[in-house]
Design a protein around this ligand. Structure first.
Ligand code: M6R
Length: 598
């Protein structure tokens, strides 16, 4: 889950690499490093900390040269330390490597290399790579040595390699993302195009076991059979959203506030391009696979599809799906939901579905990401780049796609006529304004600061709002480090209620649906045990207001559309509570935006 970048061209490489690793920092942020080639030598700076912090201390721009590699780390093997930070260097100081992934047989390789006299400086799995290349680089054929070394690796890798004696960048991948940016007389290679999209929109997506050799041009070979591969350059069609916070203090807040626009864009995009939905007609069953927040969007998708289309839907955590030998066949439709399209578990689940001949739709936010490249169709969410590690606008745009997809299935299965569909779309089009109204509620900040003082909390909802409660709990945990349980409201008395103690905040989604009176009773049960009730209610609902400590109002909408509105108070509560506790909002501890290891 690290970010890697390489550059070769006519500009000062350290400047490009520094900018690139800043844009990749969401992938990991415990240490950073850059290595360049200058005057026949490798120049290297690396240390523990965030990019800006380390740059202030080391000044990466002092590194010279027109070719180099950079890395931002999320540690898997070895604690965050200067020694464990990338790039890693060969013993003879000729080769430097950055790596994203996990080398599963590194122990065995390390022992072999140590027995041959090689010295290790770090505890990482990565260090075996430069040393293996050094071992094989005896015959003046560096490309061959790299291929030989890569063939010895088990596990996942995206690597970029430089050699002080050769004016080339070499990079390869297996199960970790890597893409080549082709500029005018310059080349970029990175985990994600956000690292270089400011410089070029022309991209070559690398596939597993492909290695690229970049000099004045580029050549791609397959590392398993040495065959040269002719690949096409694709033009990125997704807008580049600047990684600027604008007037907002954090990306998370900016992205929360972007949701009305993002939902509107997604609705308009799919109405304009509705042929995108056309391939999919008769399925016996739909399976949804996803992780984290995308999984909760999937749970809501189940409600939407089952209510609107009456096709059974199963939702699985991607990480569980793959290992349970899922029962699927070519009559099933699998929908993989992922903001990044690089989540290793979701990619593995999607592969499993494809192997079993199911049709695969990806709902994804990143153009050309690994998931989109294996899907039969991708429904792109129109959220723009999401930088905050906590997913917010990606979630609501995923909901918009799922809702529109459900309406499409209802239409082609003749469950709704044009008029009914238009009525639903009309209600959907009201959402952006309704979202704006909730976003302008200054009381949410005050409620968060006043009530979230305990180390535990509970989030409750029912029906389509139950996954929203789960998402509310996840957001609070991620951003404020307060323990939070999400639960269906009625399940409370089967166990979770034992947690309730005086002044413990309990957030309850209590909009006017068919379980309204049941939830009202659940609120009474919590209140009588001392919990602090923060209810999310419809406007002017005095009944719930009278039994709650606080209420946050949301406008009335179609029952299935409530998650678009009820999730906003959840996101804001997490944000303001985290802020109050001085947490690192955009880069919470131990997390990374893209979980590219299983
Ligand atoms: O990129 P993906 O949607 O596949 O990511 C899935 C999860 O890792 C992600 O939603 C994670 O749970 C976020 N930190 C939630 O805020």
């Amino acid at each position: 889950m690290c970010g890697i970048i390489g550059y070769k061209g006519g500009k000062k490489s350290s400047a490009i690499l520094l900018e690139g690793i800043k844009n990749l920092e969401y992938r990991g942020y415990d240490s950073v490093g850059i290595a360049t080639i200058y005057d026949g030598k490798i120049e290297l700076k690396k240390d523990v900390g965030r990019v800006d912090e380390v740059n202030k201390k080391l000044n990466f721009l002092e590194l010279n040269g027109f070719i180099g590699i950079g890395h931002t780390r999320w540690s898997t093997h070895g604690k965050p330390s200067k020694e464990n930070a990338h790039p890693h260097i060969s013993n003879d100081y000729s080769i430097a490597v950055v790596h994203n992934g996990i080398i599963e047989n590194y122990n065995e390789l390390r022992k072999e290399l140590e027995n041959e006299g090689f010295k290790f400086k770090s505890e990482t799995d990565t260090e075996v790579i430069p040393l293996l290349i050094e071992k094989y680089n005896k015959k003046n054929d560096f490309e061959k040595a790299v291929i030989k070394a890569l063939r010895r690796l088990e596990g996942s890798f995206a690597v970029i390699i430089i050699n002080k004696d050769i004016d080339k960048l070499i990079a390869a991948r297996r199960f970790s993302p890597l893409m080549l940016g082709v500029g005018k007389d310059e080349f970029f290679i990175a985990s994600d195009s956000t690292a270089f999209i400011k410089h070029t929109n022309d991209i070559v997506f690398m596939e597993d076991d492909e290695m690229v050799i970049i000099d004045d041009g580029f050549k791609i070979v397959n590392i398993t059979d040495n065959k040269i591969i002719d690949k096409k350059i694709e033009h990125n069609r997704i807008n580049y959203y600047s990684a600027e916070k604008g007037n907002y203090r954090h990306f998370m807040l900016k992205e929360i506030h972007e949701q009305p626009r993002v939902v509107e864009n997604t609705i308009n995009y799919f109405i304009k391009n509705n042929s995108l939905l056309h391939n999919y007609k008769n399925f016996n069953r739909i399976l949804i696979v996803a992780c984290g927040t995308s999984y909760y969007a999937g749970l809501i998708g189940k409600f939407l599809i089952e209510s609107i289309v009456r096709i059974p839907v199963e939702v699985d955590y991607s990480s569980e799906f793959r290992y349970k030998d899922p029962i699927i066949n070519n009559t099933d439709l699998v929908i993989a939901i992922s903001q990044s399209g690089e989540t290793a578990d979701t990619i593995a689940a999607a592969k499993e579905a494809k192997n079993k001949k199911a049709k695969l739709i990806a709902i994804c936010n990143v153009f050309g990401s690994s998931l989109t490249r294996m899907a039969d169709t991708t429904l792109y969410t129109q959220a723009g780049t999401e930088i905050g590690v906590a997913s917010t606008k990606a979630f609501t745009s995923q909901l918009a796609v799922l809702y529109l997809f459900s309406l499409h299935l209802a239409k082609i299965n003749k469950l709704m006529n044009e008029k009914e569909i238009n009525k639903k779309i009309k209600l959907m089009k009201k959402l952006p304004l309704q979202m704006k109204k909730i976003l302008s509620n200054n009381k949410i900040k005050e409620i968060s600061e006043k009530n979230f003082l305990s180390n535990n909390s509970v989030f409750l909802g029912r029906g389509v709002n139950y996954p929203v409660a789960l998402e509310g709990a996840l957001k609070l945990k991620e951003i404020s480090y307060i323990h939070a349980e999400g639960s269906p409201a009625a399940e409370l008395k089967h166990g979770h209620i034992a947690l309730i103690e005086k002044d413990m905040p309990v957030v309850v989604i209590a909009v006017k649906d068919k379980t309204y009176y049941k939830i009202k009773s659940n609120i009474e049960e919590i209140k009588s045990r001392g919990g602090k009730i923060i209810s999310i209610v419809n406007e002017e609902d005095e009944e719930i207001e009278n039994i709650s400590d606080e209420v946050i109002e949301v406008p009335e909408t179609d029952l299935l559309l409530y998650p678009f509105l009820t999730v906003i108070p959840m996101q804001l509560i997490a944000y303001y509570t985290g802020l109050c506790r001085n947490c690192d909002i955009d880069k919470p501890r131990n997390l990374a935006k893209s979980v590219t290891v299983e």
